[in-house]
Design a protein around this ligand. Structure first.
Ligand code: OFO
Length: 169
């Protein structure tokens, strides 16, 4: 059983993870419009990861004999129109998600649910990795500036990213 407050917080985070999936899907479409297949691939992996994050929590709530309640997912808004601007938004979004995972852990701590805290440790580590990956691409984009050839090379590199189903918890 999960404490009600913690159950609500988990449900809220499931919605946030599904929103992340949706946002990255919208960004994937933007990169497709820009004819950058490597960036499209990178976002595609990101989309799959977000679904896995959501499902990890979805399954965990059931495992704890609690209820999953799915709410509406907000319309995704891609703010920028260049790769640099989009990656700035991705980093900002990941930092926000990190703050939400921390808030979820605060609730688990408040209701003294050590099992949930240990489960959520995986998400905390994942956020460190997410921010570092995104920060790396962003740093490259800043170096590249207006150099089209360098952007082409980065696109080739991002085409090599593959999705590996995570073992959560
Ligand atoms: Fe689920 O980590 Fe990104 O948002």
């Amino acid at each position: 059983m999960l404490d009600k407050k913690l159950e609500n917080a988990f449900n809220d985070q499931i919605n946030k993870e599904l929103y992340s999936e949706y946002l990255y899907l919208a960004m994937k479409a933007k990169f497709a419009e820009m004819n950058l297949p490597g960036f499209v691939n990178w976002l595609d992996v990101q989309v799959q990861e977000e679904r896995a994050h959501a499902m990890g929590m979805f399954d965990y709530v059931f495992e704890r004999n609690a209820q999953v309640r799915l709410e509406a997912i907000d319309k995704p808004e891609v703010k920028g129109s260049t790769p640099l601007e989009i990656f700035e938004q991705i980093l900002e979004h990941e930092e926000y998600v990190t703050s939400r995972i921390n808030a979820l852990m605060d609730v688990a701590e408040e209701v003294k649910d050590r099992a949930a805290l240990s489960f959520l440790d995986w998400y905390l580590k994942e956020q460190v990795e997410e921010e570092s990956n995104v920060g790396g691409v962003l740093a490259n984009l800043k170096l590249i500036g207006d150099d089209k050839k360098a952007l082409f090379m980065l696109d080739k590199e991002l085409a090599t990213r593959t999705f590996v189903a995570p073992v959560i918890g």
